[in-house]
Design a protein around this ligand. Sequence first.
Ligand SMILES: [Zn+2]
Length: 245
Amino acid sequence: MKIKSILLICMLTISLSACKTDGLISSAGSLVTGLTINETQLKAEAKLSAQEMDKKIPIAPAGNQYAVRLHNLTKNMTTYDGLTLNYKVYLVDEVNAFAMPDGTVRVYAGLMDLMNDDEVLAVIGHEIGHVALKHSLQQYKKAYLAKAAREGLSATDSTVGNIAGAYGDIGEAFLNAQFSQKDELESDAYGVTVLHKMGHDPYAAVRAQEKLQQLGSQDSVFSSHPPSQKRIDLARAAADKITGK
Ligand SMILES: [Zn+2]
């Protein structure tokens, strides 16, 4: 497999100094106040972003080998932990996957080429963790509010679908956002649990991380912050615990 670029947005270990404020700083630096948005609205907004991304990025059609493989892997996980999930493959040769607060899960063909079924499911479980633990919601909220600020939205605009034509941009900002190391570790542990509950090998989470770490030494993006040995060790410890070793 030729890896054009490595964009594994959330298997990275760097810890960002996350924006602490819920108030909005516009691009001009002025504070936008009064725009409030609740979880239900944010999920609806996220769905709009997912729809825009699906229009822009080629999706594996039904019957495509990647689509069939992902379907078989996830057919018993269309609901999980109270979430309703929908899965598709992006036919892009990048090692990447993401999940959005509305339950959209997208897996890139490059990741499926790199990993076996259990390992792909480990990554999916990790991404579902970000949704279940509301990390994705917070990231999407930041991306949405930043865009809303730039568009000059105010309290009277807090209805779903109010930023015409901007949902692709928000989705892109969401994809480029990075989770904190704490969030990553929590999702790693969650992913191990997903594997175990679904009858797969929990140690696949360890192997998936090791593969990403190996990639890190070959790629300029990953080499600056590959999955850390600490994360690999903690994933192994979580697998040991859940299997009673
Ligand atoms: Zn992550």
